[in-house]
Design a protein around this ligand. Structure first.
Ligand SMILES: [Zn+2]
Length: 430
């Protein structure tokens, strides 16, 4: 079969309804393919008259790299004008979403490709910008435009029976590296990031849940949270029928924190200075926070010796014991006894003989006893949330620190929010 050269070019360029005016490939820089649409007539949207062709403004669009070189699609657009002076339409420029969406400086096919590269493969925007020979913003704008349509697909969220809230630091901004926090909403059954909202107070997650509606909220049976008041308020008001479960990881972390506080205070009171590498308590810090079953005999003997030397009133030992008992909570498997056991532990830790930090831990445990004990019925935790966080480390590494919450939200949801990637071929960019 013989093809005429123009037709061959059109096939290579692979766009419908355009013909190639010229291909301009110098020795360096991008390959430029000049195109026009095949449209020869147009009619006024106002009065229906046949339009006059006015002039041809040129737009240069970033396209997919071609033969190992960056490429540009140079589109000589048609500007049409209504012939009737009384018609309000005046003039307009042709658009062809199959070539490029109206507001982006990139072809449609390149926009979809960069969205998959950045969103699905977690490649950095910079890396893609180098590959396509354009600037960071051109790539980022496309990822946000197509990505927003993908993550806001209502089918992505579906029904959720176990919902977790978790605070996440998303950026440090400005001269003082101010911390900017966000809240992640995670389907802890499926390990899917549902959404991120700014801040770590009750307002963001509450508004998000209100948007889902009452019926959606009522289907949530389990609600996992760290030991934070704001998230408890979110669940109290928005999902009142859900059983709240305090995340084991956060309780054990709190017990370890208290142990650390006791160690540093005793260190200061006995030696009058902060931990130094030769101080027995300072040397014991890693052994103290290590799980007991992971200490071998040598480690245990060393730890006891160090405490003997640096902990005259036995306060660090008590805090260490408290931490181990808290960890032990999760080895019990009787849901009926859990609440009683947790309540008793909270009361015991408030005994007068305990260091003040441990008494504080006891009070927290009593305040959260229902949520802590609920884990023994549900066995749901924020574990999947941690898994999502680990997944997102890849995105954060690629992004070298986000500065805009919108970018952060879209990029993390594309990667960990399980969007339907089959839709990428058909969605309309926002
Ligand atoms: Zn008209």
């Amino acid at each position: 079969m013989e093809l005429d050269p123009t037709r061959m070019c059109a096939l290579l360029v692979g766009l419908p309804d355009v013909f190639i005016v010229a291909v301009d490939a110098g020795l360096t820089g991008p390959i430029r393919v000049h195109v026009e649409t095949t449209a020869t007539v147009a009619f006024c949207a106002g009065c229906g008259s046949r339009a006059w062709s006015k002039d041809r403004p040129v737009v240069e669009l970033v396209d997919l790299a071609c033969f190992g070189r960056p490429a540009r699609l140079v589109w000589r657009k048609r500007r049409w004008r209504c012939p009737n002076s009384w018609c309000r339409v005046g003039s307009w420029t042709e658009d062809a979403p199959g070539i490029a969406p109206a507001r982006l400086a990139m072809t449609d096919r390149a926009g979809r490709w960069v969205t998959a590269q950045v969103g699905r493969c977690a490649r950095s925007v910079n890396e893609i910008a180098v590959e396509l020979g354009c600037d960071w913003h051109t790539i980022n704008d496309a990822v946000i435009a197509y990505g927003t349509a993908l993550v806001d697909d209502p089918a992505r969220i579906g029904e959720v029976t176990a919902l977790g809230l978790d605070e996440v630091l998303f950026a440090r901004l400005g001269r003082w590296r101010t911390q900017h926090w966000s809240t992640q909403l995670v389907d802890v059954r499926r390990g899917q990031l549902l959404d991120v909202v700014p801040g770590r107070n009750a307002a963001g997650p509450s508004a998000w849940l209100a948007e889902r509606g009452e019926a959606w909220c009522d289907r949530v049976e389990w609600a996992t949270l760290d030991l934070s008041g704001p998230y408890r308020r979110v669940f109290d008001t928005m999902t009142p029928t859900a059983i709240q479960v305090a995340d084991p990881f956060h309780l054990v972390k709190l017990a370890n924190q208290k142990l650390d506080e006791v160690r540093r205070r005793v260190q200061n009171e006995t030696l009058g200075h902060r931990g130094h590498k030769n101080d027995p308590l300072y040397r014991s810090r890693r052994l103290l926070t290590k799980a007991d079953e992971r200490l071998d005999d040598r480690g245990r003997t060393k730890l006891m010796g160090l405490l003997e030397a640096g902990d005259p009133r036995g306060e660090v030992r008590m805090a260490w014991h408290a931490k181990e008992v808290v960890r032990g909570l999760y080895e019990h498997h009787d849901p009926d006894l859990a609440l009683e056991f947790v309540t008793r532990l909270g009361a015991d830790l408030q005994h007068d003989a305990c260091p003040p930090e441990v008494r504080q831990l006891g009070r927290t445990i009593v305040r959260w006893r229902t949520q802590i004990a609920a884990w023994h019925q549900a066995h749901v935790s924020n574990g999947p949330t941690e898994a999502v966080n680990n997944l997102l480390k890849r995105v954060k590494r690629a992004a070298f620190g986000f500065t805009s919450f919108r970018n952060y939200r879209i990029r993390t949801l594309l990667y960990a929010g399980k969007p339907n990637w089959d839709l990428l071929a058909t969605i309309t960019p926002r």
